[in-house]
Design a protein around this ligand. Sequence first.
Ligand SMILES: Nc1ncnc2c1ncn2[C@@H]1O[C@H](COP(=O)(O)OP(=O)(O)OP(=O)(O)O)[C@@H](O)[C@H]1O
Length: 583
Amino acid sequence: MAGNLLEGLSELKEARRGLRKLLWLAAGFSIFVNLLMLTGPLFMLQTYDRVLAARSEPTLVALFSVMVFMFLIMGILDWARARVLNRIGTRFQAGLDRRVFDALLKKSASDHSIDETTGAGQQLKDLEAMRRFYGSPVFAALFDAPWAPVFLVGLGLFHPMIGLFATVGGGLLILSALLNQMLTRGAAVKSQVSAYVADRYSDQLQNEAETIRSLGMQSNAFEKWAKSRERALDLSLRASDMGGNFASLSRVFRMFLQSAILGLGAWLVLRGEITPGLMIASSILLGRALAPVETIVNQWSTVQRTRRAWDNLAALLSEIPEDRVAVTLPRPRARLEVMGLTVTPPQGHAPTLRQVSFAVAPGEAVGVIGPSGSGKSTLASALTGVWPAGAGKIRLDGAPIEQYHPERLAEYVGYLPQRVTLFDGTVAENIARLATSFDSTRVIEAAQRAAAHEMILKLPKGYNTPVQTIGTQLSGGQIQRIGLARALYGDPVLLVLDEPNSNLDNEGSVALNGAVLAMKAAGHAVIIMAHRPAAIKECDKLLVLEDGTRKAWGPREEVMSDMLSNVQVIRRNVAKTSVGGLA
Ligand SMILES: Nc1ncnc2c1ncn2[C@@H]1O[C@H](COP(=O)(O)OP(=O)(O)OP(=O)(O)O)[C@@H](O)[C@H]1O
């Protein structure tokens, strides 16, 4: 396994160590369950060799009562073991849920892709697969499998030839399990990755149902989805066909072995080497010894899936280490310094922001302007800590932003993304950033500052209106205002607004500028990425970006007049050239 997976692996093993007690308990139950499995063969042995030979009814009744009691105990122990195994899975999942969720979210902020060879990118499903594995019959079979050699030794004690026959038969079954693994691995991964891709595509289509219908893309979208689904179904069929072949082979082979051992036993009885009771008991004991092997072969796809899930989880946890912020920094002042900042998008190859420096003081608003693709959104992603700085530093009140816990940083730095998305939940929950318990007054305050309060009151259930029911009824401007309220929730010291007025009407723009003024008056700071001049009305300074670099920086009026005079010079030069050209 690659060295870079080691960290994730040790985290997973640590989580598994927490399950040790339960695993030992399951192993303890397994000892008794497996010992009690001898009940059947022993009962047969005694019935044939004692009851029938002696024609004794009282012996039969006594043996029968013991057998019933033993099976009852075995049933109870097996039931208890199944409960323990289920709890192992649930605990494993619960222990890692938060960690995997956080890591996946952090990774998805920059990379939504699914790895074509391993299926990585769906680790919450992987965690689910691990839980299911722990509760599955195949995991229970792994506890029973170590008993197979014990049963084989028992068979050897019946008669060496019976022992040898059983060992060779068992060996062949195990060989078929290994062959199964080698041959089906590739097909299983491919089928699963295709299923993920098809699922994700259909999710995306459902989310964008309105666009699809309005653009008449329904048939094309269906065809594209059907193609990826067909591929997934085809591969899954191939994988399960291959696995199924082995499963039937091993089932038939086990049944054959049980009958064959009966034949061997009968031959040995005829030669007077064993009793008829031993003959029957051998057949049953062989069945017991091989049952776990058969279960493992039958459910090999579960084992493969789990193995992959384990590797994918290890890869994710290694790639995204846990956020460890030892010291909790106090609430910062709105003092931002950006020094020589260079940022490369996580999926990009070249920096889209290079050597950018500027500073914002408390009470200031800075406008960031520049043509499309000049790096404004990249800067916003870096300031909110979502994209790491490749070089340079971003300091908030003197501390590099990575020293703040990401959730604390999000409290201090309010962010309005260029494309606002609301989530399932009420309007109030959305403003409170999906907190399940929140202070209503703070939600209302944030909405008032974003001038969204009146608009929200007019919704069917006001702040308690579920977004699902009104999602499509909200205008772009309304969504942007709720987004602004969400950014303002919790009274951040720095507000980063990416194209905040792209959907706003005049009233909305006025409200936005009011919010910016209020932030400044409170000694906070605002950074506004903008295309439209109305958005930078309240900005004290301007940062002009071009092709990822700082083109100009300074007080707004100065930068504007410089830009204006540059434009005039260019105009004059153009005019001169044209006149010269004409002359
Ligand atoms: N996730 C990404 N992966 C790779 N490259 C990206 C990513 N996001 C943006 N870029 C690239 O970074 C450059 C800057 O993009 P950015 O979104 O920062 O520009 P912008 O100034 O905000 O543009 P606009 O005004 O159109 O929103 C562009 O060339 C873009 O292609």
